[in-house]
Every structure is written in C-alpha cells, then in structure tokens.
Ligand binder design. Structure first.
Ligand code: NAD
Length: 338
C-alpha cells in the first residue's frame, strides 16, 4: 500500500511514517520543513520516505498536482497549525492552514482518483466545551472558542459536508486528544516543556495544573488511525470517530507533571505559575466507545506506561541512543503488545 501522510515532518507524522514503514508500506509525505529540533530530522526519517515533498497545503494547485502524481492508495491528513497558543498569535494563518488546507486536500483527493481511503485528523477540541464530566460523543455539537479549536471544528464540518455532497473517496474523521511520546519538539506541550526543564535542572512552570486531559501515547493514537484506514479500505468506517483512552486515563496536568518528575528522578520539579494566560478548557473528556464497539480498537498502553515510554525515550536519547533506534525499538515493542 502507498500512503500519503500530510504533516509527516511533525510529531505524529514522524511516528506514523516510521510505523507505516515498519508495517511494510510505502510512505510519501507533504508538509513544511521540520521545525528546529524536530524528531523528523533527529531520526533521519527522510530515509524511509518514498517521496518527501515540501508543499504548503494552502497552495491548492501545487497540492492537487502532487496528490495526482503521487497517486496514493490512502491518505492521512495531519498537516495543521496544531497549537492553541500559536493560534492566538496567528489566527489568520491558523484558519487558512486548518480550514482552507483541509478543503484543498479534499478537493485534490477527489480529483486524483487513486485514493481508496482518506482520514482527516481533527481533535477533541472540536466539541462545544461545557466542562461536563461525561465524555463527549461523536454526535455532540461542535464549537471551539480559541482560533485553533474553531478552525478544527470548521475543518471537521467542511469534511462532513464534502463527504456528504460529492463523489469522493471513502472518508473518516478522527478526533483524538493530547498525545505523549518520545521526541516531541513543540513548545507549549506539557511533557515537552517538562522534559526540557528537567534536563536543564530548573523547576518547570505549569499554567493549569488542575486541567484534565485524556492522555494517550502517540502509538496508541496512530494505531487507531490505521484501524480506521483499514476499515475504510474494507468498506466500513466512514464518519466521525473519537480516539481516546479509557476514562481512568483522564488525569490532571499536575498528576502528569508529578509522575514525569518522579520517573525522571535527579531532583526534577515543577511549579504552578498562575497568571493571565489565554483561555484553555479546564476539562476535556472524550468517549471513544464507538471505536471500541464497532471496530474493536483497544489501547495497548495505559496512562502510566505511556508516560514511562515517553520519559524512557528522553532518557535514552540523553544517554546517546539514536532517535531512530529508540523509535523503532518502541514501535516493535508496541506491535508485539497486540
Ligand atoms: N499532538 C497532539 O497532542 C494532538 C492532539 C489532537 C490533535 N492533533 C492533531 O494532529 C495533527 C498532527 O499534530 P502534531 O502534534 O503532529 O503537530 P506538529 O505541529 O508536530 O506537526 C504539524 C505538521 O503539519 C505541517 N504543516 C503545518 N502547516 C502546514 C502547511 N501550511 N502546509 C503543509 N504542512 C503544514 C508541519 O510541517 C508539520 O509537518 C494536527 O492536525 C493536530 O491538530 C494533535
């Protein structure tokens, strides 16, 4: 199978390219250049790519041409401006990439003809947040207060409209929560900031220690994505799907920080820094029972284990192991957990 992964130079895209490669697939990618310190570069992932293209998804003609020429069997659309705080700094760019970029991709795959399955990645933040304790289900209303969440809700609705209105490839939407895993380079993600601070020997400032998120290891999330692509290829799986751990893995930011600090050892510490931060939802719970019930997906790494794989990865890197070998070894272990 030939997969096209958009956003392959990002965190999830890098792990996905390696996972698909390990499963024996061809992988091509469309994205911007990796950010400084990106796992993509550190792990030399360009070596496993069939085609590694740098195209802005807002450039519709270039995107359409590339998708046509690559002629992939399946597409996973990850490319996005993926950070809430950045979306306050660059709202126009965020909406352009996340909404227009997704529409451009949908139009390109409709024209290409080769695509037999396409998975559009949005987020748990697409739901209209009312801080309920029950997890959001796929039929709950969409919303989004900050520009990132609103742009992703718009991309989600645009995809639903597209799939309902046009003769396009079998399409699914995956709404996942926060992921953790080795090698994330994006600032403003809790574990990334924690590990950077721990490594530098400073107490790490944490903005919202009481906020609750459904934490999940990146490999569990990507495995769910590939379960969805397989379902599409087999004639089911169309529509919207939450991807989330069981409810006991709904954990506060503070507890994640405590656990990470104790796994890291070496005097690692964090402090709560209250202040005038841009709004972020306090509680985000997601119910993935549809995915479990209808497609038999199960996570393989409970919260504590996913966290320890993430910290182990960072400690392994500090000890001089190569990023590529750490990723490949964890992917191999993950696949054996089946
Ligand atoms: N990481 C998480 O915890 C998380 C949680 C929920 C949803 N998501 C979603 O998963 C997807 C991947 O997230 P990530 O954590 O890997 O993000 P990331 O920031 O690490 O990677 C983003 C990728 O998108 C590409 N990209 C950005 N703008 C682009 C443009 N204009 N044209 C082409 N490519 C562009 C980047 O080059 C990069 O490859 C995103 O859609 C994000 O919204 C992530």
């Amino acid at each position: 199978m030939h997969y096209l992964v958009t956003g392959h130079t990002g965190f999830k895209g890098t792990w996905l390219a390696l996972m698909l490669h390990a499963r024996g697939h061809q992988v091509s990618g469309i994205a911007l250049d990796p950010v400084d310190g990106a796992l993509y570069t550190d792990a030399g992932v360009h070596e496993v790519m069939t085609h590694d293209l740098r195209i802005d998804v807002c450039d519709a003609p270039a995107l359409t041409r590339a998708v046509d020429e690559l002629a992939p069997d399946a597409v996973v659309h990850l490319a996005a401006q993926a950070l809430v705080r950045e979306s306050y700094l660059d709202p126009m760019g965020t909406f352009r990439t996340n909404v227009n970029g997704t529409l451009n991709l949908l139009d390109a795959t409709r024209a290409a003809g080769s695509v037999r399955a396409q998975l559009i990645i949005t987020t748990d933040k697409v739901y209209r947040n009312d801080s309920r304790t029950r997890g959001y289900v796929e039929t709950d209303p969409l919303g989004g207060r900050d520009p990132y969440s609103a742009s992703k809700a718009m991309a989600d609705l645009a995809t639903q409209s597209w799939a309902a209105s046009f003769d396009c490839p079998p399409t699914a939407i995956a709404r996942a929560g926060n992921v953790v895993g080795g090698g994330d380079a994006c600032r403003d993600r809790l574990l990334v900031d924690l590990q950077r601070g721990f490594a530098g020997g400073v107490a790490v400032p944490v903005r919202f220690p009481d906020a609750v998120r459904p934490w999940q290891h990146v490999l569990d999330c990507l495995n769910a994505y590939l379960v969805l692509v397989d379902a599409l290829l087999e004639g089911s799986g169309q529509g919207e799907w939450n991807v989330a751990p069981e409810s006991q893995d709904l954990v506060t930011v503070g507890r994640v920080a405590d656990s990470a600090a104790s796994m890291w050892g070496d005097g690692a510490a964090w402090i709560h820094v209250p202040g005038d931060h841009p709004h972020e939802a306090e509680l985000l719970a997601l119910d993935a029972s549809k995915l479990r019930r209808e497609l038999g997906w199960r996570e393989r790494l409970p919260f504590a284990e996913g966290l320890s794989w993430t910290v182990d990865w960072a400690l392994g890197r500090r000890e001089g192991h190569s990023a590529r070998s750490l990723c490949e070894e964890q992917i191999e272990r993950f696949e054996r957990l089946e």
